[in-house]
Ligand binder design. Structure first.
Ligand code: ASP
Length: 602
């Protein structure tokens, strides 16, 4: 398994072909020629080995090789299995007297020590070939060995099947990264990002531009992290996304921008969120919604790993209202049916009290989910748990959507396959409202996406009379019930943007004066999107958590368990920033930890 996966990765995701892509961009008398070559990567260039452990086969018989790797396993002081990222290889420990020093090194080094061995590739004796191992036909007859570094007693064994808590894995992340699964996840991520760059920059002329991560507080959206500055009372903020910068790049004529962008949101702890995460961030001038959608479909098709099945385009599209009505969520999992059906009309004349009661309320409805053969699969205690679930979530409007997923979980626990894990079901959700009532104060409106999203052209007049009815040019990309991307066509008219910010959203426009000003200087029509790379990779690899596709993630409480960040700073080091800590009282500490959804890291 190990070598199959990794050697496929090392060879590249697609059939290696030599190809030269040239992009010629000319402006006035200058021209810039970019080229990139795709070929089999050289895995042993510049380093102290001739080959990787995983690449050796019968075709290498007789070759003198030097390998570097970690000691995975030793058998009776005769065989040693050496591992690198590419796979495993069997090394024969010499038993003859002149090679006693080599034997001593290889037999005494603890497991997971790093060694360098040189020797000859030989055929394994008849009957000793291991067909389960890609290198199982050969072994290395060692001549020299060097202990590069010894390994102390490990906090856990480097074997994927060994169960370990996530807290321990995060504390010793550098060891956890040695696992097959983490190697696979990170290497696949790197290869997909490379293919995305290739598609965007080389095939479609996008420009990769880095934007600042020290920025200022901006209105709307998620809570931002604050960074003290040396100027009294002044703070930077870490951007939630490069949204404003990418729009300003369009004003600057950069036309087709992309970035593998780091984003920061101080949203507290949620099991599947990270305070810092990565987006494939894209913006284009002179584009409409269809243009952005086609670009993303092509991008995913091009970068999709070949062993995950083909990506069929175009992706289906569903209006927001239909998603809510039929799936009870704006990110429907369309791998299975069990849609929500409004059956109010069937019960208009009912005498059943609680139904009558429901239908007599303004906007009261009776809705149903049909579970085919439910009676066969669901037990009495399942029905009881559905009833309890419904009671617990009664006043949430997304109740039916949650109930649909809960029923799917129950059916799958009883052996019914509803959500094929090998199936990737993409969906565009479109026609969102531009504004939604604020949760904490439904009389006020907030942006459904962000305040820079343009209204649907046929609804612009409603902005000034009934803003809650305006549809937007916002689109979300959903994969198997997870939002993996979102974007919009933007407002490029300064007056309209000012109206939305000041009059509809009641935001402080001064904070965005730079953007409003820029829109006045010939801003082109533009739009874009951002794909959540961590969530996308989590779905592609089938990882249980987004932390499994990030090299050094934070725990669900936002801590780095390896280095112990965030950490305290002595008061004298805070002085240059003109800030001091106001320590919470015991009662406040107690209250905040009891409000915490996940109190323990382990
Ligand atoms: N900046 C947006 C976000 O992070 C994406 C976009 O509108 O392009 O959700």
């Amino acid at each position: 398994m190990f070598s199959c996966w990794l050697s496929q990765l090392c060879r590249g995701l697609s059939t290696p072909t030599r190809r030269t892509t040239q992009l010629i961009w000319s402006s006035a008398s200058r021209s810039l020629v970019l080229s990139s070559q795709r070929r089999i990567p050289e895995l042993s260039s510049f380093v102290a080995r001739t080959n990787t452990c995983g690449e050796l086969r019968s075709s290498h018989l007789g070759q003198e090789v030097t390998l570097c790797g970690w000691i995975q396993f030793r058998r009776q002081n005769i065989f040693l299995v050496l591992r690198d990222f590419h796979g495993l290889v069997q090394v024969v420990i010499p038993q003859d007297e002149p090679a006693a020093s080599v034997k001593k090194i290889l037999c005494e080094a603890p497991m997971e020590s790093v060694v360098q061995v040189s020797g000859t590739v030989i055929s394994r004796p008849p009957g000793q070939k291991n067909p389960k191992m890609p290198t199982g036909e050969i072994e290395i007859k060692v001549k020299t060995a060097k202990l590069l570094n010894s390994c102390k007693k490990l906090p856990f064994e480097i074997k994927d099947f060994m169960k370990k808590t996530e807290a321990l894995r995060l504390q010793y992340r550098y060891l956890d990264l040695r696992s097959v699964q983490m190697q696979y996840n990170l290497r696949l991520r790197s290869q997909m990002v490379m293919k995305m760059r290739e598609y965007l920059c080389n095939l479609h002329g996008f420009v990769d531009v880095e934007t600042p991560t020290l920025f200022k507080r901006t209105p709307g959206g998620a809570k931002e992290f604050v960074i003290p500055s040396r100027e009294p009372g002044k703070f930077y903020s870490l951007p939630q996304s490069p949204q404003q910068f990418k729009q300003l790049l369009m004003v600057g004529g950069l036309d087709r921008y992309f970035q593998v962008a780091r984003c920061y949101r101080d949203e507290g702890s949620r099991p599947d969120r990270q305070p810092e995460f990565t987006q494939i961030d894209i913006e284009m001038s002179f584009v409409d919604q269809t243009g952005v959608q086609s670009l993303i479909e092509g991008l995913l098709q091009y970068s999709w790993p070949s062993d995950k099945g083909p990506v069929v385009v175009p992706f289906p599209s569903m209006p927001f209202a239909e998603a809510l009505a039929s799936y009870g969520t704006d990110k429907p999992d369309t791998r299975f049916g069990m849609k929500i059906v409004d059956i109010s009309d069937m019960f208009r004349n009912t005498e059943v009290g609680f139904l009558q009661d429901a239908l007599s309320k303004p906007q009261g409805t009776v809705k149903a989910i049909c579970i085919r053969k439910g009676a066969k699969y669901l037990k009495r205690k399942d029905i009881e748990s559905i009833r309890k679930f419904a009671a617990d979530h009664f006043n949430e409007c997304s109740l039916m959507g949650k109930l649909r997923l809960e029923c799917a979980d129950l059916l799958e626990a009883r052996g019914v396959v509803l959500r094929d894990p090998a199936l990737f079901s993409f969906l565009w959700v479109v026609d969102f409202p531009l504004f939604l009532p604020k949760e904490e104060n439904p009389q006020e409106l907030e942006s459904a996406h962000h305040p820079f999203t343009a209204p649907h052209p046929s609804d612009i007049h409603l902005l000034y009379t009934e803003p809650h009815k305006v549809r937007s040019q916002h689109y979300d990309l959903v994969l198997n019930g997870n939002e993996i991307g979102g974007g919009s066509i933007r407002i490029h008219n300064s007056e309209l943007q000012h109206y939305v910010l000041a009059t509809v959203l009641k935001e402080d426009v001064k904070l965005l004066s730079h953007l409003l000003q820029a829109l006045d200087y010939g801003a082109p029509p533009h739009g874009g999107i951002a794909l959540g790379l961590d969530r996308l990779m989590c779905l592609v690899t089938g990882a249980p958590s987004i932390r499994d596709v990030i090299a050094f993630p934070k725990s669900f409480r936002g801590h780095d368990l390896m280095s112990n960040a965030p950490d305290s700073i002595p008061p004298e080091e805070l002085k240059p920033y003109h800030i001091q800590v106001s320590w919470p009282t015991d009662a406040e500490t107690e209250k905040s930890s009891s409000n915490h959804p996940c109190r323990s890291e382990s």
